[in-house]
Write a protein that binds this ligand. Sequence first.
Ligand SMILES: NC(=O)C1=CN([C@@H]2O[C@H](COP(=O)(O)OP(=O)(O)OC[C@H]3O[C@@H](n4cnc5c(N)ncnc54)[C@H](OP(=O)(O)O)[C@@H]3O)[C@@H](O)[C@H]2O)[C@@H](O)CC1
Ligand SMILES: [K+]
Length: 414
Amino acid sequence: MLNFITNEQMRKADEYTIKHLPIRSIDLMEQACNSFVKRITEDISVNEKITVCCGTGNNGGDGLAIARLLRLKGYNNITVIILNIFSSSSPDFIVNKKRLNQLKIPLFEIKKANELPNNLDIVIDAVLGSGFQGTLKEPLAEIIKKINHHAKYIFSVDCPSGLNIDSSKIKKYQGIKADKTISFQRPKLFFMFPESIVSSKSHEFVFIGLNEDFLQSLPSDYFWIEEKDIVGKLKVRQPFSHKGIYGHLLIIGGMSNTMGAAVLCAKSALFTGVGLVTCCVPKENFSTLNISQPEIMTLERENFNEISLNKFNSVAIGPGLGLTQNSKEIVHKILKEKIPVVFDADALNIISEENWLGKIPANSILTPHLKEFDRLFGSSEDWFARLEKARCKAKELQCIIVLKNQYTFTLLTD
Ligand SMILES: NC(=O)C1=CN([C@@H]2O[C@H](COP(=O)(O)OP(=O)(O)OC[C@H]3O[C@@H](n4cnc5c(N)ncnc54)[C@H](OP(=O)(O)O)[C@@H]3O)[C@@H](O)[C@H]2O)[C@@H](O)CC1
Ligand SMILES: [K+]
């Protein structure tokens, strides 16, 4: 698990690594740029026309080093454009400018948008990185607008220029609209939110050699879960074992017109390792389950009151359940049992409609999508606010909240 960190924390990690590895700042920049170049050379061939647009801070220094490293790898069609509009240049930018001058790469310095060429193909955006603060003013706003207009594909270095990555309040975004952002050492939390799509269509991150022990010691409320974090937690089937020792799940869901939701839920449970799955559905839908997944056992929803929940290891309620009076009575009965349950879909909608949030037993799992979440907890100004709300509500209700989206947020109770 990697902790998401802020720009400020990243700066500390940068300082710590320089001091304790030890490594010179210019060498760390070189390492970062090598990682960036290694990644983008998988996507672009040596003949492509590449324009590297640079500011004069460290992000701009990265751009100059990237241009040089690409050139050394045989990329011959590179042009560097330096935006000569900032009040100062960082020391590492100055060093990299000298290093670049030793290679025969066309380099232009511009001050206005009309000096920018129109025929931009692939652009490497190294104008502004994590040091950007405030808002974009002229002539920078106009230059960036022109880059967005003329580029065929934009790779942003570390973050799209002009994006305040730690503040998702981008009502009128004016910065670079990247096709892909490759950030350093960590994914950026902001890219987990749908709002980020205006600034970057896709994102990746590369390791640049910052001290991981220090980084992981930095406080964070959110963590990026990787495949390797999950794999070890899955229960492996042991030789001579049988379905009876891998848990029995009861799913309450499905109606004639929404049986697919119950089927998909049951299939997912079996796929992820549950030994026995019983679905409680209207009797007329038994054959749907039997045909689509014969392992699934069935119980009649009409006889729900006679079912003893004790014989199941876990209970999930909601997929395709519907909002009928009968569905409401079943949700109410489940809530009264005071056992932790997985609440999904219509079970959540019923809980919102009936104002039963306070009745949810501790340690339950709530799995809302965006709209179900907002129905439960009210609307939010943006995704960052929604995520913070989810984090607080998980603590308050002592329930795990799984907020589903392109990236799913799992909020724990502590
Ligand atoms: N993480 C790491 O360990 C490593 C990080 N590295 C890299 O360093 C980057 C951070 O570099 P950084 O701190 O020099 O800042 P950076 O993004 O270049 O911006 C500074 C420039 O922004 C300008 N500027 C600011 N606000 C503005 C505004 N509103 N409107 C206009 N201009 C504005 C400001 O202008 P000035 O105020 O001087 O006029 C200055 O010129 C980081 O993103 C990554 O790429 C790697 O090199 C190595 C390892
Ligand atoms: K950038």
